[in-house]
Design a protein around this ligand. Structure first.
Ligand SMILES: Cc1cc2nc3c(=O)[nH]c(=O)nc-3n(C[C@H](O)[C@H](O)[C@H](O)COP(=O)(O)OP(=O)(O)OC[C@H]3O[C@@H](n4cnc5c(N)ncnc54)[C@H](O)[C@@H]3O)c2cc1C
Length: 332
């Protein structure tokens, strides 16, 4: 087995291009050590912007697109298509993004190809006879170093660890791979599919104001929305507000949510459990508002306000209004 393959899903790319760029960085790091061929495979819509951008990622790449039929079961068809491609190319390492698609395909692909998998990796080193990776375990409270014993090694990197690779000008083309799949023979029979409204991606935001269980219900998130819109930010949440149905799961930050790295992260009524901090510790500044002076969030915060959010936030909101009003008066 030889070769490194990146596999991405065109829909994931539209919502999170940075994950793809990070995969390219990791692949190039491994390629510099192994000198193996690098392949990027786009699964989904082979005519979309994703495929066009992939065509720009350097000269030494092989680029492949797999078109997925409208009614194909997700991601069973995609996995089967990748299995057939891997049987042809025999890659020793397969890199997938940390998205719903990536983690599900990673598990299925590893089982079918009889390889080894590591999710949430934060480091990867090729040794003379094996691949060694570091990954977070036990919900983010510990790290483990693993030797990937069976090839292919299927790797899902933790977001925001590798830098985002820049495209290089190239004119090379994309090859279409057509798998031989009998849709009727697949185990899942799709009945209906419709797209849900997409919240703006919190992973891309420069300013986030995140609410936790301490907000007590969905209503206070409206105030967070107002404040966010005043400071050019977006609203995020810890897991309990998502589990309670107060907000959409698309804005959850943490181990099982998004990994974010904004300039400013305002955490309101969030205790600072490690599974939450894992998703936001790369923020340049964390401001914590919490009525418990011993809340762990204060260990990570650049600035902390000990107090009830019901006192602090309205005061902050009024102060912001005054600042914005006076800055407008200065301009006009
Ligand atoms: C495998 C696994 C994965 C997980 N993944 C995630 C994840 O992705 N994201 C995530 O967030 N969590 C995740 N969790 C859950 C995590 O362990 C915590 O339970 C969760 O982060 C706690 O959320 P919270 O801080 O909003 O709530 P709590 O821990 O209940 O904290 C609420 C805070 O609000 C404060 N508060 C209460 N009232 C007020 C008030 N009036 N004014 C100001 N402050 C107030 C309290 O002092 C407290 O500190 C995961 C857990 C596991 C086991």
């Amino acid at each position: 087995m030889s070769g490194i393959m990146i596999a991405i899903y065109s829909d994931d790319y539209i919502t999170n291009e940075s994950l793809f760029r990070e995969l390219v960085s990791l692949a190039k790091q491994l390629q510099a050590q192994s000198h193996e061929r690098l392949t990027i495979t786009v699964v989904g819509d082979e005519s979309g912007s994703c495929t066009q951008t992939v065509a720009e990622y350097g000269e030494e790449l092989v680029r492949i697109a797999i078109k997925v039929p409208e009614n194909a079961p997700w991601p069973e068809y995609d996995t089967e298509a990748l299995v057939q491609l891997c049987n042809e190319l025999q890659p020793s390492m397969i890199l997938l993004p940390k998205t719903f698609w990536g983690t599900e395909v990673a598990a299925r692909l590893t089982a079918i190809l009889d390889g080894s998998a590591a999710m949430d990796i934060t480091a990867a080193t090729l040794l003379s006879d094996s691949l060694e990776v570091t990954r977070t375990i036990f919900g983010g409270v510990a790290e483990a170093r693993l030797r990937m014993a069976r090839m292919p090694a299927v790797l899902v990197p933790h977001p925001k660890i590798w830098p985002e690779a820049e495209p290089l000008p190239t004119d090379s083309s994309i090859t279409l791979f057509t798998p031989n799949i009998d849709l009727g023979a697949l185990q899942t029979i799709p009945k209906d599919r419709h797209r849900l409204a997409q919240a703006p991606d919190v992973a891309q935001a420069r300013i986030l104001i995140a609410g936790g269980r301490g907000l007590g219900g969905p209503e206070p998130f409206k105030l967070l929305e107002e404040i966010a819109s005043m400071i050019g930010g977006q609203v995020a949440a810890s897991r309990p507000p998502v589990d309670s149905g107060w907000v959409s799961g698309q804005i959850q930050v943490g181990l099982t949510g998004k990994t974010v790295a904004p300039d400013l992260y305002i955490a309101v009524g969030i205790s600072g459990a490690i599974q939450h901090i894992t998703g936001c510790y790369n923020a340049r500044n964390i401001v914590a508002i919490n009525n418990d002076p011993h809340a762990p969030i204060f260990q990570y915060a650049t600035y902390g306000v000990v107090g009830d959010w019901q006192d602090v936030l309205p005061t902050f909101y009024e102060a912001l209004k005054t600042i914005i009003k006076s800055s407008r008066e200065k301009v006009y």
